[in-house]
Design a protein around this ligand. Structure first.
Ligand code: ATP
Ligand code: MG
Length: 629
């Protein structure tokens, strides 16, 4: 079948299409209705069906591949490597589930998981899924204030955490931050379950804190039956990255999510049981949920959980893992590849990468230079894919499991099946013509796997996502894009990142892409800054590949002029940044996304705004210094 035909069927007959896909997972009780869309924009998938995420990820593989690797936990921080077979994973998950039940967790209760990248974090997620508790994983890098906000929103009865994580060889304490967060929060969890890694002292609060190791000893032979859940029960809550402000609590279902993951593993990633999948993300992000924990396991694959940076002990570490575990599919982010690019590629060439079939990248725009470089190094297809925490699986990509569709540089691909994607003119609400800029929107119902609502706030779900266009109720992605004549999409930036220069609307992304084509530039952020004359002007902050080569003020000016000339030539003078500042670091969220709103605020002399998700606040000082200079 061609991909075009496959896609058309998913759009024209969604019920028939997804009924077919639903066979990829195991059901305890069949559903009575594939889709209930009687109350748009709320979609219910596989109504009445009973299933369980943990059962599909673990139990169902016990009959055929109990002894095959399921979870491979590697830490280059503590120098440990543990391989759990499906049978061993099953035992650990049942122990964890028994502990949770013993601590009073019942079906529907929220369990907040604030953990480093250790196997126990996956056990905890799967244990929640097993007993019907709702997990809310909060990225371990967040400090107490961010954590407190999420505790108050999710209201967990139990928090699972650890003494510390480790990064770059240094212990990063978790427990003191957690204690502080619980003090700050209005809501108090009844119990806190703590994994002691022996990295940092961990005093327990009497009556509240319990040690995992002790309880595990008591539950070594625990058997906890699967709690069968109606397909539309809540599986988890996950907060968005907070790039554009206050994070939203994305709420996901059980059956639709399981089907979407099984289906995407087959058609988009083309993974097979017995193979190894390596996603370099963190369990605190959506990629960690969908493609570290649930997706690969549901597909019967071994999955790698990696604690560490891509460059320690050296920049060959990921490729040594690929060689050792014969990884067939890898998933990472452009940021990580840019980091690797700064290191000698011999480190990569040392390893046998012949098992690897493709590298998937997502999370932020993939610039052509980075994409071409890594493709040249690895000799495998680089597959960009575009999606959001909200959708849970790719909106745009290429479904190579269906047809060997070509990728196109600069484009994350075509609309994935189930997503009725269009580019909408935000003023008229009409669909844009080919190559005309607009907002990337999706017509309801969203396919299985996407958010059910914003946790505890249906109103915010409707208001935020479905009320942005005249005439029609469409889901807004808040990203600008264009679709070319062949159906390939290009993402041009976020809707709040658009620049309006004397009436011309420019995507920050277009200008950034143009500037990065200059051979001296390794990374760049462009923001729109208020200007009396033109309304707004573009201002660029760029990181140089070889900053040591630009020493004099004269040299700096010359380079700035060169960069401007590149933009003039490629996009025209309206897009030319009024200034190109050279900095050593750009402000990013913990998930690696550029915080343009903060850069913009500083340029306009305002407060940098909500910085709870920033990676390194020092990056803002650089921006400030550059602007003042
Ligand atoms: P918030 O919604 O809280 O501001 P966020 O949008 O950064 O945070 P995520 O859900 O993690 O949170 O990120 C999704 C966004 O990341 C997309 O809407 C898009 O802007 C960007 N993105 C993801 N993948 C790609 C890609 N392949 N190319 C370009 N942009 C991408
Ligand atoms: Mg978003």
């Amino acid at each position: 079948m061609t991909y075009a035909a496959f896609y058309q069927q998913s759009i024209q007959e969604p019920a028939t299409f997804w009924d077919q896909e639903a066979k990829l997972i195991d059901w305890k009780e069949p559903y009575t209705q594939v889709l209930d869309y009687s109350r748009p924009p709320f979609a219910k998938w596989f109504v009445g069906g009973q299933t369980n995420l943990c059962y599909n990820a673990v139990d169902r593989w016990l009959a055929t591949q109990a002894d095959k690797a399921a979870l491979i936990a590697i830490s280059t921080e503590t120098n440990t490597e543990n391989v759990y077979s499906f049978a061993e994973l099953d035992r650990e998950v049942q122990r964890m589930a028994a502990i949770m039940l013993g601590l009073g967790v019942v079906q529907g209760d929220r369990v907040l998981i604030y953990m480093p990248m250790v196997a126990e974090a996956a056990f905890a997620m799967l244990a929640c899924a097993r007993i019907g508790a709702v997990h809310s994983v909060v990225f371990g890098g967040f400090a107490s204030k961010s954590l407190a906000t999420r505790i108050d929103d999710a209201k967990p009865v139990l928090i699972v955490s650890a003494d510390a994580g480790m990064r770059g060889g240094k212990a990063v304490p978790y427990k003191p931050l957690l204690d502080e967060a619980i003090t700050l929060a209005q809501h108090k969890p009844a119990k806190v379950l703590l994994i002691d890694r022996g990295l940092d002292p961990m005093p327990l609060v009497a009556g509240r804190d319990v040690a995992y190791a002790t309880l595990r000893e008591q539950h070594l032979d625990a058997k906890v039956p699967v709690t069968w859940l109606e397909s539309n029960a809540i599986s988890y809550i996950l907060y968005t990255s907070g790039t554009t402000g206050n994070p939203k609590g994305v709420q996901r279902d059980v059956g639709g999510y399981a089907v979407a993951l099984a289906s995407s593993m087959k058609h988009i990633f083309g993974g097979n049981p017995g193979e190894t999948y390596f996603a370099t993300s963190d369990i605190g992000w959506v990629v960690g949920h969908s493609y570290i924990v649930y997706g690969p396991l549901i597909a019967g694959m071994a999955t790698i959980m990696y604690e560490g940076t891509p460059i320690r002990p050296d920049a060959g570490i990921w490729w040594s893992i690929v060689e050792k575990y014969k990884v067939t599919r890898m998933f990472s982010a452009p940021t990580a590849i840019r980091v690797l690019k700064k290191h000698p590629s011999e480190l990569m060439k040392k390893y046998d990468l012949s098992s690897l079939k493709a590298l998937y990248l997502a999370g932020e725009p993939l610039d052509e230079t980075t994409s071409s470089w890594i493709s040249g190094e690895l000799g495998v297809p680089i597959i960009d894919n575009y999606w959001q925490t909200e959708t849970g699986w790719p909106i745009l990509s290429v479904a190579r499991g269906i047809e060997n569709t070509a990728t196109r540089l600069g484009s994350p691909g075509v609309a994935m099946y189930g997503y009725k994607v269009s580019i909408i003119n935000e003023n008229t609400g009409a669909e844009c013509a080919a190559n005309e800029k607009g907002v990337l929107a999706i017509q309801g119902p969203l396919p299985p796997g996407c958010l059910q609502t914003v946790y505890g706030d249906d109103q915010r779900f409707v208001q935020t996502y479905w009320s942005n266009f005249a005439h029609e109720q469409l889901y807004s992605t808040f990203d600008w894009g264009i679709k070319d004549a062949d159906g390939y999409y290009f993402i041009l930036g976020r809707t709040d990142d658009v620049i309006n220069v004397a009436g011309h609307r420019l995507g920050t992304r277009e200008i950034e892409e143009s500037i990065s084509s200059h051979p001296q530039i390794s990374e760049v952020a462009v923001v729109g800054v208020e200007d009396k004359l033109k309304g707004q002007v573009a201002v660029a902050f760029a990181i140089l590949k070889h900053p040591e080569m630009v020493v004099s003020e004269e040299g700096r000016r010359a380079l700035e002029a060169e960069v401007m000339a590149v933009v003039d030539k490629q996009l025209g003078a309206v897009a030319r940044p009024s200034r190109v500042h050279f900095v050593a670091m750009l402000p990013k969220t913990r998930s690696g996304k550029l915080l343009r709103r903060s850069i913009q605020a500083i340029c306009e002399g305002r407060d940098a705004g909500d910085l709870t998700t920033i990676e390194d606040p020092a990056s803002l000082l650089q921006i400030k210094a550059a602007v003042i200079a």
